[in-house]
Design a protein around this ligand. Structure first.
Ligand code: BEZ
Length: 175
């Protein structure tokens, strides 16, 4: 069976895998937050960066991109993604919504609150300072934030948490 994967973070702009089709999509009951530590992509173990995960919130929704994996390659694709996202993320099943009348079963990666790299909420200024200074093998933490914000704008997707953080970081960089 072909499989839908829902992306809400770097997989929106850098999927790095083959897919049959991609469509803008939404998941309900989840909100995107910069609450996960990154020791291996946008930070290092001594100075972890901040990247997104989804946390449950019954009244919220999260917009992103869904990719359809062909059944023959899905297993291998998940192995590669499991390795890429090994720092605290796990796969969960989710209902992926394309419109109010079109929904499919899908898979997404989340970093649950009890994972070893989970940072949780912090004052805006602290998150800004962390994102401005951190860098890892995949690049600067600020570039991750800016690429995510750009990708969401391209989807015309609203996300006040991401856009407020982006604005605060940009203001800091102008100083
Ligand atoms: C995503 O873009 O959906 C994603 C975010 C964090 C970890 C794995 C995938």
């Amino acid at each position: 069976m072909n499989v839908w994967v829902f992306a809400y973070g770097s997989l929106i702009w850098r999927p790095d895998f083959k897919f049959l089709e991609r469509r803008q999509a939404r998941v309900r009951g989840w909100q995107r937050r910069f609450w996960q530590g990154s020791h291996d992509h946008r930070g290092v173990p001594k100075q972890p960066g901040r990247v997104v995960t989804l946390v449950p919130e019954s009244s919220a929704h999260c917009d992103g991109m869904a990719y359809l994996l062909e059944s023959e390659v899905a297993h291998r694709t998940f192995e590669v993604l499991d390795h890429r996202e090994k720092n605290g993320y796990e796969r969960v099943a989710v209902c992926v919504e394309f419109s109010s009348t079109e929904q499919v079963d899908g898979i997404m990666y989340i970093a649950p609150t009890d994972n070893h790299a989970f940072l949780g909420p912090a004052p805006l200024d602290d998150m800004v300072a962390q994102i401005r200074t951190c860098e890892g093998p995949s690049g600067k933490n600020v570039d991750y934030l800016f690429e995510l914000a750009d990708a969401l704008r391209a989807l015309d997707a609203d996300d006040s948490h991401v856009f407020e953080l982006e604005a605060a970081v940009r203001t800091g960089l102008e100083k």
